[in-house]
Design a protein around this ligand. Sequence first.
Ligand code: PMP
Length: 751
Amino acid sequence: MSTRINTILKNHFSLSQAGLMKLEGYESTNYRVQCDSGAFVLKRYPDTPDTLALLEAENQILNRLDKLSGWEFPITIPNSKGLHLTREDGSIYRLLSFLEGNFLGDVGHTPALLRSLGRFLGQTDKSLLNSTEPAISAKESQWDLKNFRLNYKYLEFIPDPKDRSLVDYFFLQFDENVYPIGDQLRKSIIHNDANDWNVLTKKGLVSGIIDFGDMCHSWLINELAVALTYIMMDKKQPLEVARTVIGAYHEVVPLKVQELDVLYYLIAARLCTSVCNSAYTKTIKPESAYITMSEKPAWSLLRRLVGLSPVRVSDEFRSAAGFHESKKPKPAEQLKRRGQNLSSTLSLSYDRPIQMSRSAFQYMYDAEGNTFLDAYNNIMLAGHCHPSVVRAGQRTMAKLNTNTRYLYDELLSYSEKLLAKFPPQLNKVFLVNSGSAASDLAIRLATAFTGKNKVMALEHGYHGNTREGIAISHYKYSHKNGVGQHPLTLAAPMPKAFGSGFRDDGTAGDHFAEGSLTILAEHKNTIAAFVAEPVMGCGGQVPLAKGYLAKVYPEVRAQGGVCISDEVQVGFGRLGDHFWGYEMHDIVPDMVLLGKPMGNGHPIGAVVTTSEIAKKFEKGPEFFSSFGGNPVSCAIGEAVLNVIEAEKLQEHARVVGNHLKALLANLQGAFPEIADIRGSGLFLGVELSDTNGHPNTKLAAHIKNNLRQKFILVGTDGPHDNVLKIKPPLCFTKDDAAILTNAINAILKDP
Ligand code: PMP
């Protein structure tokens, strides 16, 4: 090949004795040419009509930029016939001047350099603002951010399903936040690739740029989006760096608020374009280091970006260009409106309630632009706004929404997939819309099946907000403002090993079982159902003492009742070692209640039971729920199961949960206020006591409120409200666990 290149150089450019060095490139083969008369770059392209038209247009642009004084751009060198493109042997050759200087990627990014980058891009863009080049406008490049969607086909090549979800999240956000206003964004010809290895510097300032192969007619703001993407990589303060570049650019080409507001999503889109293309390229050219070079920092910036609130980022970018921040809703006004239309029985978390505006995976963003690390909202099992779940909902809602009086695939497919998670005897599912509807229906099923009417439930348990739900929820009926115990409800003491005084979990289990058996004996043959959560949530994250259920279940059945496991809080893999909570107690219930995480925030609940129980119910009036089992909910439920499987969330909960538990145990060594750490996977409780061993409600509230100040969400609960509830979305990481425990450490150190 080098002989051929030398011949071209000699015959067409009268350059002989040239030293050649091959350079990296995407669409062309590039050579650095060194000879007595100077240094050049020779580029060789396949000779197609499109390439020819594009190169002619590119040459026009370079010609125009050449007149921009103070900056350096490659100059096209004419061949001996005076032509700027040389066509031979099915190739097009183009000789360019070689620009001296250090690459942006090889020098320190001082504020002065960042400002010069902003100014440089501003001036380049300004001089191109009114250029029209039909060949460039006609280009349909996947590297043009207005065509971001073209990269969606590469998503499947990203090997890690969690990474894939992160990228898909940003595709989704682009659809929601950028495309709808696309036609309002200014368009222009832009360089479109101001990265570390295209921008040149001299004496610590930007001097010029090379490689116009990605030039396109796109949204003007994309020029900055691309440059910022690379300049923000590997930076301690990426927003500060971006602000400096934006400020300097804005002085040359005044930006519009709308452009600054979409920059967050455009930067994410460029990162996603890059990782998508790297993933795809690796499958066809595994050795291509050049193309995958920026992959690692791109992933790390993408993960960093999702931890930054889009509200905050757009405010920062606005202020860098001298605009006001976005208007924020006033808390007092919101509270007033809430008070006007909603009952005050709906409580608000925290002394200073949070106005939530958006969320993503383990993060929630408030209206002021803060990012909260969510260690509390277990409903978002797969992560807030998980794209697979959102898409399943969007897709099905746009296709069909109806009820179980018709036949449709979504119901069949979901019920099969859900029941496959249970042992063979639990083979019927009733789909409803909440955990409350599930517990209510379960009690009806139990009374119909047994012909009995009493229900035994645990003290401090919670099962739902319907009349039936409240009647069996000690947490509500025995509350200071509660209605009191229902005559048909039997309350068994909470089998909690910690604080019980027994030497171990098993002995405590035996003791509590005996107590419950006494109640059973007193009400023999009248008890329709025994309902218990395998790990009690509202009771204060209490795993039922060992062996308790295994002793109680047979006796409930022996007197003609059924056993119900309320898995609304803990089901679907959160516990790590087990997919369902009952599995940790070595029993199989007759009914299982499902809800909360089942739809990752979409309202679905279910009762899973045996054919015998379902059959008896069929003798009564028809059971119908307008929404239970609708195709949209089923598609969402199935998407949740698929994500749990694909992202191995149960295993993730086990590993991260064990890690978090170990970090909490370290804290316990330093702070005797931490009386107990319990639970498993990512369903943990931290019980706090005072120096006398009494429940420390105040400290629990103090930690919760102070974590809120540190932008971390946890809850408190238990009979004395002295237990920290930790139950994050399962995408919570070991790093997140460290952030949480370091924050608790700081609060306990300085209470
Ligand atoms: N059971 C348990 C164990 C719960 O924690 C809850 C909700 N906190 C419910 C049932 C009721 O579910 P929902 O709020 O969806 O009606």
